[in-house]
Design a protein around this ligand. Structure first.
Ligand code: FES
Length: 151
């Protein structure tokens, strides 16, 4: 079984780590292009990268703040801001990214966040940088389209 982790780097990109020995073929779809998931892939989540959907370091100039703004509960806040959050996925992980939209993670996946196991069908991750519920999308991108970001 392939093991793919999704880590959220503090004030930085999403880091996808393929921990298996084989390439995860065509796991990332951006518009009509398919990308293999290599050992390590960084996806932009500040919305400023000029090499979408990948990170090229613009988050530093943009002073991107990855903190979740709405989680009041301390435990949830920890989950949403911890830069080592890990999602363990089945081998059919597919990530779909469309212009002007969130990162969609599909297929039923087993998720482990700070050792709390969960199973969910799909979820969407913010890539505009403006969600108040980071790392998840809260649809803010619909209201801020074109204002702050380039994706
Ligand atoms: S992509 Fe940022 S709120 Fe949806």
């Amino acid at each position: 079984m392939k093991r793919i982790s999704i880590k959220f780097l503090k004030n930085g990109p999403i880091k996808l780590v393929n921990e298996s020995d084989t390439l995860a073929k065509e796991s990332i779809q951006f518009e009509d292009n398919l990308f293999d998931l290599k050992k390590c892939t960084f996806l932009c989540r500040c919305g400023r990268s000029k090499k979408q959907p990948f990170c090229e370091g613009s988050h530093a100039d943009a002073k991107f703040d990855s903190k979740c703004q709405i989680a009041k509960n301390e435990q949830i806040q920890k989950i949403k801001t911890n830069h080592t959050d890990v999602f363990n996925n089945n081998e059919n992980l597919k990530i779909h990214i469309s212009k002007g939209s969130a990162i969609m993670v599909n297929n039923e996946v087993d998720i482990k966040i700070n050792n709390l196991p969960k199973n969910i069908k799909s979820f969407s991750l913010c890539r505009c940088g403006n969600s108040k519920n980071k790392p998840f999308c809260d649809t803010t991108h619909n209201r801020t389209k074109g204002r702050y970001y380039t994706f």
